[in-house]
Design a protein around this ligand. Structure first.
Ligand SMILES: Nc1nc2c(c(=O)[nH]1)N[C@H]1C(S)=C(S)[C@@H](COP(=O)(O)O)O[C@H]1N2
Ligand SMILES: [Mo]
Length: 434
């Protein structure tokens, strides 16, 4: 049965002449670099959420030692999260064709019999299942989070975070085992083409097309290949073209202005921000967040600030009497989209801390919005974020009052922080004692 070529368990079932160590190795080395960058930027993005600062920021309270690397996310350079998340999401989308091509190139191995020749072989196959399953899981959850209002069962953050660790453990083992062979495969190819250096023109008899060892020499090479319809290089070009197309229709989301309109694949729907000073990307609208105009008018809205010396309640006019400050900062969402720097004006967070007894050395702050439901209605900011002179409770943007959708009457804006920490429709600030 094993050798019945009608069954996928038989090597002869797989007939594409493209499969072989060369094709698999090229794709594997691209993924080795690309997935490593994805893993690192993903972990950094997680750290930027300040998950260890306060329970409200922590979507993965059971992370245990997986949080070993967490650190105080810096406020410089102010575009740090914008860059990190732009790379994470854009690269992730761009690598989709490479991942799919790589899985296609090794699919005969999935069916190979016997399931295990030895304990070591059994362990290798289990690690491959974790690798393939983990990679697909991470790409699917990531794309869903970017494209849709997340439809996956369970919260995105813990799934994507734990999935990343499962995947990366298998990926690291796989890379250690396979990279030497991949490099050897590519070297062998180069040598086969003959030297291209000062030893003169290369041997004209050397084959001009890439070649893999003959049938039987490698389990990926089909023992009875079909006639080729495309060269391996052509196939790689096709994969690369797909990646380029995805890149070109995604990368624009990290800009605003006309380039943003090239981002056909991202960001998801989103309300049209219109034009003018408030005309930049909106995540959740005031209506979606359930913010009623009756709560935000000058006669009703109060900012409640609590700290060492007690609580003060400030009207918008009170805030306008505090020293005004400006900062040019972007909004950068975990979903990968970001704006260019917007000119925010308002009151420094550290000045507000000083009002309630924290002069000079402000502590962490817990921020709550008027919004009653929703995961992002509150967030904690770290002391260094509060202390940064560019961290504002903003009342204006680009010379105009904040629009309802951008957080009127007041929102947080902090340099280098993920969008999720830039709470809109702020109602309460509690300094210290998180
Ligand atoms: N109250 C509240 N603030 C919030 C959110 C929210 O859902 N509720 N979303 C956050 C997220 S995830 C982002 S990316 C930014 C987006 O800000 P913008 O809509 O002004 O661009 O707002 C943040 N502030
Ligand atoms: Mo966001």
């Amino acid at each position: 049965m094993r050798d019945d070529p009608r069954l996928p368990t038989a090597p002869g079932f797989w007939r594409s002449p493209l499969r072989g160590p060369w094709f698999t190795s090229v794709l594997g080395l691209v993924l080795l670099a690309g997935l490593t960058v994805l893993f690192v930027t993903g972990l950094l993005s997680y750290a930027a959420y300040n998950p260890d600062l306060a329970p409200v920021n922590d979507k993965t309270p059971d992370k245990g030692i997986l949080g070993f690397y967490l650190f105080a996310w810096p406020t410089d350079p102010h575009w740090l999260y914008r860059l990190n998340q732009g790379v994470h999401v854009t690269l992730g989308v761009t690598l989709i064709p490479v991942l799919l091509a790589k899985l296609w190139s090794v699919v005969p191995k999935l069916f190979a019999l016997p399931p295990a020749r030895s304990l070591a072989h059994a362990l290798e196959r289990i690690s491959l299942l974790l690798l393939v399953g983990g990679a697909l899981f991470e790409f699917v959850t990531g794309v869903l989070n970017v494209q849709l209002d997340y439809v996956f069962p369970g919260s995105f953050y813990p799934l994507h975070f734990y999935g990343a660790w499962v995947f990366f453990a298998a990926f690291a083992a796989h890379a250690v085992l396979k990279t030497p062979a991949a490099v050897r495969n590519l070297r062998a190819l180069r040598d086969e083409h003959g030297p291209r250096d000062e030893h003169g023109p290369r041997d004209e008899r050397a084959p001009r097309t890439e070649r893999d060892p003959g049938p039987g020499a490698d389990p990926l090479v089909s023992p009875r290949p079909d006639a080729p319809t495309v060269s391996r290089r052509g196939a790689l070009g096709f994969v690369g073209g797909g990646s380029l197309l995805l890149f070109a229709t995604t990368a624009g989301q990290t800009t605003d202005g006309p380039l943003r309109r090239t981002a056909l694949l991202a960001p998801h729907g989103g309300p049209d921000p219109g034009t003018g000073p408030n005309g930049f990307q909106i995540n959740k609208t005031a209506r979606y967040a359930g913010i009623r105009p009756s709560e935000t008018g000058p006669d009703v809205w109060r900012l409640v600030v609590t700290g060492r010396t007690g609580t003060v309640r400030l009207t918008r006019d009170d805030l306008l009497r505090l020293p005004p400050h400006s900062a040019s900062l972007p909004i950068a969402c975990v979903e990968g989209w970001s704006t260019s720097d917007q000119r925010w004006r308002g009151v420094r967070l550290r000045d507000l801390a000083a009002l309630v007894g924290h002069e000079g050395d402000p502590p962490d702050v817990f921020v709550e919005s008027l919004q009653l439901r929703g995961a992002f209605r509150r967030a904690a900011l770290r002391a260094d974020q509060v202390a940064d002179p560019r961290s504002l409770l903003a009342l204006y943007v680009n010379g105009e009052e904040l629009s309802p959708d951008h957080g009127h009457p007041a929102r947080i804006i902090v340099p280098a922080a993920p969008g999720v920490l830039n709470t809109k429709w702020v109602a309460r600030l509690t300094f210290g004692d998180l």
